[in-house]
Design a protein around this ligand. Sequence first.
Ligand SMILES: NC(=O)c1ccc[n+]([C@@H]2O[C@H](COP(=O)([O-])OP(=O)(O)OC[C@H]3O[C@@H](n4cnc5c(N)ncnc54)[C@H](OP(=O)(O)O)[C@@H]3O)[C@@H](O)[C@H]2O)c1
Length: 251
Amino acid sequence: MQPRFHQKVAVVIGGNSGIGLASARAFALEGARVVVTGRDRATLARAAASLGEGALAVPCDVTRLGEIDALMGEIRKQHGRIDVLFVNAGVGAFIPVEAVTEADWDRLMAVNLKGVFFTVQKALPLMSSGAAIVLNASIGARKGIPTGSVYAASKAGVRALGRNFAAELVGRGIRVNVVSPGPVETPIIGRTAGLTPEAIPRLREQMVANTPMRRMGEPAEVARAARFLASEEASFVTGVDLLVDGGAASF
Ligand SMILES: NC(=O)c1ccc[n+]([C@@H]2O[C@H](COP(=O)([O-])OP(=O)(O)OC[C@H]3O[C@@H](n4cnc5c(N)ncnc54)[C@H](OP(=O)(O)O)[C@@H]3O)[C@@H](O)[C@H]2O)c1
């Protein structure tokens, strides 16, 4: 039997770290020809090497529309199409309302929301009936978390994009779904705006305490959910938000 993604072109935006890298591995394991993106060239090169022959790594900052155009041009040249698009790149912030600057707001929205919108827009010419898009949001979109307002707003926007893209693309045979992780152990925690290194262990404890399964998730657990949504197994699934959160947003 052929693997589920045999010969499929799977593009993972933000595929050089954390959930994105685990997802690229998950797609590659099932036969996909994987394209990973991100800004950091060193981690991109390592990711491509670890993903095996045929994996393509393309530097792309999603806040720069010209770089998204160049990425899509490269994919067109190498593969001619996209079967699976996992729009996963994102950045975090835990900043009290009074301390949020315009620059904080703009940076978060530029990566987490504008970047998602224009990545999908610019990928569409390469996608046709049978293709699938998965967006990475967060349970932050549906919870009230002190200092989480800007991040939550950006991710609520991603959830809304998922629903609206799904409605607009259903007639073209393209499914669009959202995956919403709870707390997952990845490098994001060390890169989150507003978090000092000393605050990280306490935050981790709080996140575990607020999760009914009493642990952080693993990147591979989100990757498997994203892969399911992108696969033929989910052929009648579009517009949903699949929580992968150990119960954190539900009870
Ligand atoms: N970990 C969690 O607890 C958690 C929970 C809910 C949702 N999420 C979401 O899951 C997604 C992946 O996060 P992660 O936890 O795996 O964190 P991560 O390891 O920090 O990965 C973030 C990815 O986004 C890329 N990225 C960041 N800014 C970018 C930009 N301007 N242009 C292009 N790529 C950019 C990074 O690559 P470069 O740095 O090389 O650009 C990296 O590949 C994010 O959308 C995040 O909001 C995570």
